[in-house]
Design a protein around this ligand. Structure first.
Ligand code: NAD
Length: 221
């Protein structure tokens, strides 16, 4: 399990356009998202990202050097009803928890228009099962919800408000997190070409609903 942090903050160098509720890639080249061929070099990764990248390259090397079946899955936002999100990790899970509890949520920069793709743990596990059934050597895939399951912070507030009926209580901080992506969503075309029977089965509405219900269940005395 690798991460989109292997690309460091290089995606932030892409030209963006500002829409009403989200930032979007200006160049059609990236319209389907960030592909596996994107540069992993000469950008700021965070120490976490750099250590994941070191492991990612080692895993690939075992594949190429020893002809072993290996796979690096560069995750976007992986989530689900049992995710225990906290402020700096697990954004949707934490955002939905704050909404339910009426807790103050802090948006860090980018006008609350930063975009992430979200994938349900069921679809992650399903892909892993398919790879195990038909493994390949030294593969790398960007594993996320893709463009269809991408959402901005502002859009996420609206969606959870419509599900829970509760207003989001948030404040805005001008300071973005160090090296944080402005827009990131995964280009899923490579994995879909290699595994045509795999697809995203849980859309954003069902992911939100399940996380919401997961927190409600956990809060029950
Ligand atoms: N959640 C995300 O958005 C996301 C994004 C990109 C990459 N990833 C990667 O996916 C992987 C799983 O992330 P997650 O969010 O599901 O994390 P998580 O904390 O929910 O799950 C990690 C699991 O690993 C187990 N674990 C920890 N140390 C272990 C050890 N020494 N031996 C065996 N098991 C151990 C924990 O018990 C836990 O079940 C991580 O490698 C993470 O970097 C996650």
């Amino acid at each position: 399990m690798s991460t989109n942090k292997v690309y460091g903050d290089a995606p932030n160098r892409l030209e963006l356009v500002e829409n009403d509720t989200r930032w979007e890639f200006a160049d059609v080249t990236w319209q389907q998202g960030i592909p596996e061929s994107f540069s992993i070099d000469q950008s700021k990764h965070s120490l976490f990202g750099a250590s994941k990248l070191a492991a990612d390259v080692l895993v690939q090397e075992y594949g190429r050097y020893f002809n072993m079946p290996t796979c690096c899955l560069r995750g976007g936002c992986l989530t689900g009803p049992s995710h225990s999100g906290v402020e700096l990790h697990g954004f949707l899970s934490y955002l939905i928890k704050c909404n339910l509890e009426g807790q103050l949520y802090t948006v860090f920069g980018y006008k609350a228009k930063q975009v992430r793709d979200n994938i349900h743990s069921w679809d992650v596990a399903n892909f892993i099962a398919r790879f195990i059934q038909a493994p390949r050597i030294a593969e790398v895939y960007n594993l996320g919800g893709g463009r269809e399951n991408s959402i901005s912070m502002m859009e996420a507030f609206r969606l959870i408000e419509s599900i829970s009926g509760k207003q989001m209580n948030y404040q805005y901080s001008d300071k973005a997190r160090e090296g944080d992506h402005i827009v990131y969503y995964s280009d899923l075309r490579k994995m879909q070409a290699h595994y045509p029977d795999w697809r995203i089965t849980k859309d954003l509405n069902s992911i939100f609903q399940e996380i919401h219900d997961g927190w409600v269940d956990r809060h029950r005395p």
